[in-house]
Design a binder for this molecule. Structure first.
Ligand code: SAH
Length: 401
């Protein structure tokens, strides 16, 4: 009998496994689970946009069409501070060249296809069409003390996690730096227009970013980091946001986590662990065939050591799959073995996805799981996931029209 089955039995519980429920792990030629780190066919990226470039690069691009460097700053103010790309509104630019400048610097990146709201308009899911027809989603959430935007970093995802709707769709392509950033600028425009929660809030904007939309951000490392640099750059070069308010969540690409720790941008780091034992994680998270639980935890700990930032462990609680008492204890042991005060655990009740037979853990099981971690000294907070009614919660983004 497998270890997890005998342990579940000892607790009087069942042990559900992804494969036992009819989910088929796609295998590669090398006999390992299939993962897509790069897009299949040759795919093209959207045209270069102001947000892809640093301020100096913007000035250089404008020089090519005979414009002085100070125009770069003016255009950056329009985009990052006024959220506009409409040449008619740029009265500080020479009238006869406005249209041409906008064409060069602001090719249309995101076209809104659909907007769904819930929580009295305090949660909005946007469906965007990109220049090549790809669809992505972002989710905007108003809380009492902050506004958070959950953004996508790839069209689809190649990590193939069985319980995630995005993972089941495969990867189409990486999103460009400007496509990633435009999700924030568009959200800020909606907020300024009063589109989030009714009132008009000209001074309000997105303060927190979570890379928890579609895609694996660390599989699109360069463009994602470029976007992060622009988020934290002072206005008007960027959005002037705080790095602490930006959360990068990863399935556990260890070399990229270690690289992130050296970037000198102290973003908040989250690891999607979901199981503390390789026996189960091998089946739940296909990338575990490359980097095991302990390697992923070592990388997360290294992130803490290098940045001083407390890291999060995400753990989707799935009934009878990963919610056993012994797993809470093992997780606490593995975290405490590396140190104290460096980590907190964020259990997420599983959100339903199309065709999935799994459900979220029972309330008493969830409570016990949290209790066991807390009793072992590991701070644990259940995530309040928003947007389930509009398929906008964690793991539900599939971007269909
Ligand atoms: N690729 C990144 C971002 C993914 S989404 C990552 O893996 O971290 C953010 C979180 O939602 C991840 O922790 C992911 O595992 C979790 N998630 C995926 N599907 C879910 C579901 N059906 N219910 C609850 N959480 C889910």
């Amino acid at each position: 009998m497998r270890i997890s089955e005998s342990r579940a039995k000892a607790e009087g519980r069942a042990q559900v496994r992804p494969t036992a429920e009819g989910w088929k792990q796609a295998m590669g030629e090398d006999g390992r689970p299939q993962l897509q780190f790069t897009a299949k066919a040759r795919v093209s990226q959207p045209p270069v946009h102001l947000a892809d470039l640093t301020l100096a690069e913007r000035a250089a691009k404008l020089k090519e069409i005979g414009l002085p460097a100070f125009r770069a700053k003016q255009l950056s103010v329009h985009y990052f501070q006024h959220y506009t790309t409409d040449p008619e509104l740029m009265s500080d630019l020479p009238k006869d060249r406005r249209a041409e400048i906008a064409e060069v610097m602001f090719p249309k990146l995101l076209t809104e296809v659909k907007r769904l709201a819930t929580d009295d308009g305090r949660t909005i899911k946007f469906l965007w069409r990109l220049f090549d027809g790809s669809l992505v989603e972002s989710v905007l959430m108003r809380y009492s003390n902050r506004i958070t935007l959950c953004i996508s970093s790839q069209c689809g995802c190649g990590m193939n996690c069985p319980f995630c709707a995005t993972g089941q769709a495969g990867l189409t392509r990486n999103m460009s730096t400007a496509e990633i950033l435009d999700q924030i600028v568009q959200a800020n425009r909606v907020i300024a227009e009063g589109g989030l929660g009714g009132q008009k809030h000209p001074e309000e904007r997105v303060g927190n970013i979570v890379f928890m939309g579609m895609g694996e951000p660390l599989a699109n490392y360069k463009r994602v980091m470029n976007a992060v640099h622009r988020m934290v750059a002072d206005a008007p070069e960027g959005l002037g946001m705080s790095a602490r308010g930006i959360t990068v969540s990863t399935v556990g690409l260890v070399p990229a986590i270690n690289k992130l720790a050296e970037e000198g941008v102290p973003v908040t780091f989250a690891l999607s662990l979901h199981a503390p034992d390789d026996e189960l994680r091998d089946e739940m998270i296909p990338v575990n065939s490359k980097w095991k639980v302990d390697e992923a935890l070592d990388a997360a700990f290294n992130y803490y050591v290098k940045t001083g930032r407390r890291v999060s462990i995400e753990y989707a609680l799935i009934k009878d799959m990963n919610d056993h008492g012994w797993r809470a204890d093992l997780l606490a042991r593995k975290l405490n073995a590396r140190g104290r005060g460096w980590v907190h655990v964020n259990p997420i009740p599983l959100n339903p996805t199309p065709g999935s037979v799994w459900t979220s853990s029972e309330p008493d099981v969830t409570a016990e799981f949290i209790d066991r971690l807390e009793s072992a000294g590991v701070p644990t907070t259940l995530r309040d996931t928003r947007g389930k009614e509009i398929d906008g919660a964690c793991g539900q983004l599939a971007a269909a029209e």
